[in-house]
Design a protein around this ligand. Structure first.
Ligand code: SF4
Ligand code: SF4
Length: 97
């Protein structure tokens, strides 16, 4: 995985808070299709709108893009903002089938 220096102030790193691993509340899970994700397709840093718009700061600015499922709430903002529709929201109950 290639790490990209974000160096953006105001973006915090998720951590265990009083509410614990809040991703356990999630009903929908974002699944990234690497064949559509722009950084993976181009092989270089690009797009990262999912990283920019995620309200929980749980998306990495890396290639491949990774989502911290311990804290992702399943809100679907990343899927809404993804230009090539590379992110699909899948029901948790169906995700492991
Ligand atoms: S918004 Fe979509 S295409 Fe852009 S980096 Fe995220 S998953 Fe990839
Ligand atoms: S579903 Fe919501 S919380 Fe999870 S990665 Fe996408 S934007 Fe972030």
């Amino acid at each position: 995985m290639e790490n990209i220096d974000t160096n953006v102030s105001g973006v915090c790193t998720p951590a265990v808070g009083e509410a614990g691993r809040t991703g356990e509340w999630r009903e929908l899970r974002p699944v990234i299709d690497s064949t559509k994700c722009i950084p993976e397709v181009k092989g270089k840093p690009a797009c990262f709108l999912c990283w920019l718009y995620c309200p929980d700061g749980v998306v990495s600015m890396t290639i491949p893009v990774e989502i911290d499922m311990d804290y992702c709430k399943g809100c679907g903002v990343c899927a809404e903002e993804c230009p090539p529709n590379a992110i699909k929201m899948v029901r948790e109950v169906d995700a492991d089938e």
